[in-house]
Design a protein around this ligand. Structure first.
Ligand SMILES: [Fe+2]
Ligand SMILES: [Fe+2]
Length: 297
């Protein structure tokens, strides 16, 4: 019989140390980066939130006057806050306050979306707001709040964790956009419906791969080649999807295809794809800088 006495094992045995110990430490956000990133995210997402209020309003039954009124109010609040974000000076205190107020406003809208979703799946609200769409836009609100909270706490996650988390979030968003497009095109647009569905399946594979990497490498020792490849695969797929969405938007605006997609929604998903791409580029830049800093001289 093998007598296993773990307590007598050599303390220096690396294999028994929690792997989280070897993760890269959190970094701190410089003032300039805090201001730049905060203003960019506010300006982008406040417009997105305003449009979510509009889309929800359009999707209600005309009998639901109260819900329509509530989304109109949110539209107005987000419009005001968006203007404020464009006028906020490059000043740490002003930007911090902007972030705080935005978080409060988005929190209210996030709660509204989540409560609405429960009512829809309980058949207490009719209309054309699909449950998965409501869940999707609630997740976008939660992501926006999380991002601003991290900024205000001065947290910059290790590059590996940032790449993993951003990709897991955005790949699901891209997968769902593809499927929303497939279901809002007229089914007689056979080629476009097929292409959109194919994008949905491709992004589902990428999402599952990113989740596998998350399970293996989140909060672990830096393993940059794997992380770099994950980010690169996402970039390639997202450039293709963005181009498809852009072509779709042009066809919708010029009334060349049969569909029930609001041109503003088509534009909205193009902007979200572009935002993911700019995120991918910023992350890749940070990754390359880390790699060259750690290269033995
Ligand atoms: Fe959105
Ligand atoms: Fe979206």
């Amino acid at each position: 019989m093998v007598n296993q006495d773990f307590s007598s094992m050599d303390k220096s045995d690396q294999m028994l140390i929690p792997p989280e110990t070897f993760a890269a430490p959190k970094e701190s956000l410089t003032e300039q980066l805090f201001i730049e990133r905060s203003l960019t995210e506010n300006r982008f997402w406040l417009r997105i939130m305003k449009e979510h209020a509009y889309f929800l309003g359009e999707g209600f039954s005309r009998r639901d006057k109260q819900l329509i009124q509530q989304t109109d109010r949110f539209y107005h609040f987000f419009e005001q806050q968006e203007k404020r974000a464009h006028q906020t000076p490059n000043d740490v205190t002003a930007v911090r306050k902007l972030n705080e107020d935005t978080i409060q406003l988005v929190y209210g809208f996030r709660n509204f979306k989540r409560n609405l979703l429960i009512m829809i799946v309980n058949c207490q609200v009719a209309g054309f707001n699909f449950p998965l769409l409501v869940d999707h836009i609630a997740r976008e609100a939660e992501y926006f709040m999380r991002t601003l909270k991290k900024f205000n706490d001065g947290i910059l996650e290790p590059i590996q964790d940032s790449i993993i988390k951003e990709n897991v979030f955005w790949l699901k968003i891209m997968m769902e956009h593809s499927r929303f497009i497939a279901s809002l095109l007229d089914q007689s647009e056979r080629n476009l419906v097929h292409t959109a569905s194919k994008f949905g399946d491709d992004f589902e594979v990428l999402l599952n791969q990113a989740r596998d990497v998350e399970s293996m490498l989140l909060k672990r020792k830096p393993t940059y080649p794997i992380i770099g490849k994950l980010n690169q695969d996402s970039e390639n797929a997202t450039v293709e999807l963005r181009n498809f969405k852009q072509v779709g938007l042009d066809l919708i605006k010029s009334c060349q295809i049969r569909n029930v997609i609001d041109p503003l929604l088509a534009d909205h998903v193009v902007r979200e794809a572009n935002h993911f791409l700019s995120m991918i580029h910023a992350l890749d830049k940070r990754l390359q800088e880390k790699k060259s800093a750690e290269q033995p001289k």
